[in-house]
Design a protein around this ligand. Structure first.
Ligand code: ATP
Length: 326
């Protein structure tokens, strides 16, 4: 293993709750092990523009409970070009950064994989995304908090839905993955979850809802994952309204509230464990791996595997939702 003296850390792509807890854990574990630490602002964008700050333990004080990311995050088109990545590498050389910890989603880890192979840099990734769409890890940093935010919002919508006897389509985030919609539906007692992994016909959905109303339900709630494959809540509501005009249909798009807020205990613990594991991975000479968790055991997942976009979802849960909503 080449000797690492200074570790750079950045957050990239969409922000997620507990990214701060991860930054804290990486920084403190690195310092504990004698590394120098540098915080890179605004993800790959800041690596290109040279926005680098020396980090001491105090830089990460009092942030474990804060949502967002103190390092800020950004998307960088420039980093997607070889020229942009060369400038990013020059910043690393100038700043004496010889290893990177990247906290982000599949796009960020895709960038990390390419960067690491071009310049032979040790990079360890942490799965920081509310979408839970990274392969090789049971859960990702921010997912549990987002799920809890969805649960609280849907509980409130249920109050009004019941008072008016309405059918609500509630759109949740997830990019092209249905984890938030599926488990959000289960946690809120929704009638159905529409997820991109499984095609649902309007007729099937209408039958489900009709059964519910017939059994004297006051309201119906359907969680819809944002995705072109589901048509989103608006698209779905329009289709149902057209074919079943008797329903009083409403749409709510939960939007960015799902990204914010103080992280849950589960996310803080996950981010702290994964942050420590990222530095341990570098100490062990690991590179180009994402830290994952499987059955409560921390594991190393090669970037190439982590960014496969076909993480399996538990399809049986759709049936559980159906049974429990009779
Ligand atoms: P989230 O899942 O929360 O949206 P993400 O990490 O997937 O997060 P992206 O916007 O897809 O977010 O990617 C973040 C950044 O990673 C991009 O702005 C870009 O700089 C870099 N990146 C993504 N894909 C590539 C690629 N193919 N090559 C180089 N860099 C990339």
């Amino acid at each position: 293993m080449e000797s690492i003296k200074c570790v750079g850390i950045l957050t990239s792509g969409g922000d997620a709750p507990a990214m701060n807890a991860a930054i804290r854990a990486v920084t403190r574990t690195a310092i504990y092990n004698g590394f120098e630490v540098k915080g890179i602002m605004r993800g790959y964008k800041g690596l290109i523009s040279g926005e680098v700050i020396p980090f001491k333990t105090q830089n990460v004080s009092n942030i474990i409970q804060q949502g967002g990311t103190i390092l800020k995050t950004a998307r960088s088109k420039e980093f997607e070009t070889p020229e942009g990545r060369k400038v990013a590498y020059e910043t690393m050389q100038r700043e004496g950064i010889d290893a990177l910890v990247v906290i982000g989603g599949d796009g960020s880890l895709t960038g990390a994989r390419i960067f690491a192979s071009e310049f032979d840099i040790p990079i360890v990734g942490l799965p920081g995304t509310i979408d839970n769409d990274l392969y090789g890890t049971d859960t990702t940093i921010g997912y549990d908090t987002a799920l809890n935010t969805i649960m609280e919002a849907v509980d409130k919508i249920r109050d009004t839905a019941t008072s008016h006897e309405r059918l609500f389509f509630i759109e949740v985030m997830g990019r092209n993955a249905g984890f938030l919609a599926l488990n959000g539906a289960l946690a809120t007692g929704a009638e159905a979850a529409i997820i991109p992994e499984i095609a649902t016909e309007v007729d099937q959905l209408a039958e489900l809802i009709q059964n519910g109303f017939r059994k004297s339900k006051n309201s119906s709630i359907v969680l819809v994952a944002e995705s072109e494959l589901t048509g989103g809540a608006i698209g779905l509501a329009q289709r149902v309204e057209k074919e079943y005009p008797q329903y009083d249909v409403r749409v709510t798009i939960l939007g960015h509230i799902q990204r914010g807020g103080s992280p849950s205990a589960a996310d803080r613990i996950l981010a702290s464990r994964m942050g420590e594991a990222a530095i341990n991975a570098l100490l062990e000479g690991q590179r180009n791996v994402m830290i994952g968790i499987q059955n409560d055991v921390l594991v190393y997942v090669p970037f190439t595997k982590a960014i496969r976009n076909d993480k399996p979802i538990n399809r049986d849960l759709l049936n559980t939702i159906k049974i429990l909503s009779i």
